[in-house]
Design a protein around this ligand. Structure first.
Ligand code: PLP
Length: 354
């Protein structure tokens, strides 16, 4: 079965093998050495600057989201969430659930968030955090994180970036973007199993941590384990082994080469699909290289098409949020972005449409 969903992604055999290594305790020197290597890789992945905390939370990408919102705010703080799809909406939902005052700047599905709209909101009110999704997986749109970061900085807000569909496949620099907190999920661009949320927290954000409304993902406690090697909770050691191996694979290839690999396949696949009557959902100029979202032609039933593709050996995703029932979503993250997988997809599509 070929896994072409925008997460989880296929796992390379070396990463799969790492999962089978003998169990060790979370404070064993071997595990602490694995953690140290993971941290070195995460500094290269996020470029967060001196004094940053880099580590992996024991949970998926959504935990990275919640940890940032809970850890960087005090009760009742006002936050600005930028929303143009299901994952921006999830940030707003979590923020509300944490009792924060939430304002939302939206863009229509398929369009990127407009920095002009963000500037207007920031002029009108003070915000503790500005939060955005870099690559919106529900629509395949890339948001202008650098322009938004400059605005957040100018207005004294902390800046949280969901890098779930980008970190590990596209060059990503928190220092260049002006980000204070960025996170991903291990199962996306890194092609590791799901279950870890690797993140980076800038020195500036560490100095401004909130009052600790959460315990499990409290960044001070997480730092105590990753930096001072004190027990906090039992780390999922096999997932750490797999993440370390996955990060080795990423940096053996290099981020620029990975971006080029995704972009090349995106263009080729989009062009063939458009010839067949599908339409790329994201606006030109804001297309996210790692998630190809295409509108299914009127004459086809999207759910039935996915069922037939799966029967032919290829799993793709349907829409979520604003794209539910209207699109196919194809992943170009990590091991998903391989020509052989896309050849298999087009063979399966031919069969499904036959
Ligand atoms: N943010 C984005 C952009 C995502 O694509 C996803 C998952 O698809 C998440 C957050 C949530 O990640 P998880 O499903 O690992 O909790």
């Amino acid at each position: 079965m070929v896994l072409l969903t925008p997460g989880p992604t296929p796992i390379p055999p070396r990463v799969q093998a790492a999962l089978a290594r003998p169990m060790r305790a979370h404070l064993d020197p071997e595990v602490l050495e694995t953690n140290r290597r993971i941290q070195a890789f995460l500094r290269d992945l996020y470029d967060p600057g001196e004094g940053a905390l880099v580590a992996a939370l024991a949970g998926t990408g959504s935990l990275g989201m919640e940890a940032g919102l809970a850890g960087l705010t005090r009760a009742g703080d006002r936050v600005l969430v930028l929303e143009n799809g299901a994952f921006g909406a999830r940030i707003a939902q979590i923020a509300r659930q944490h009792g924060l005052e939430v304002d939302v700047v939206s863009a229509p599905p398929g369009w990127p968030v407009d920095p002009e709209d963000v500037a207007r909101a920031l002029r009108a009110r003070r915000y503790r955090i500005v939060a955005v999704v870099h690559g919106e997986t529900s629509t395949g749109v890339r948001n202008p994180v650098e322009a938004i970061g400059a605005l957040a900085r100018a207005h004294g807000a902390l800046y949280m970036v969901d890098a779930v569909t980008t970190a590990g496949m596209l060059p990503f620099s928190m220092q260049r973007i002006g980000a204070d907190y960025a996170f991903t999920g291990s199962q996306k661009c890194l092609s590791a199993p799901p279950g870890l949320a690797p993140f980076a927290l800038s020195a500036r954000a560490r100095a401004a941590l909130g009052t600790g409304r959460v315990w499990y993902t409290d960044f001070t406690r997480i730092a105590a384990y990753w930096e001072q090697h004190a027990y906090h909770h039992t780390a999922p050691v096999p997932l750490h082994y797999a993440l370390e191996e996955a990060l080795s694979v990423v940096f053996e290839e290099g981020l620029e080469a990975r971006r080029a690999r995704a972009e090349r396949l995106y263009r080729a696949a989009a062009s063939v699909l458009e010839d067949l009557g599908f339409r790329v959902f994201a606006r030109e100029g804001a297309r996210l290289e790692t998630v190809l979202v295409v509108t299914v032609p009127e004459f086809l039933d999207e759910a039935e098409l996915r069922r037939r593709l799966r029967a032919a050996g290829v799993v793709v995703a349907g829409g979520i949020g604003p794209t539910a029932g209207r699109v196919l979503r194809l992943g170009l993250m990590g091991e998903g972005a391989r020509e052989a997988h896309y050849r298999a997809f087009f063979r399966a599509l031919e069969q499904a449409l036959g």
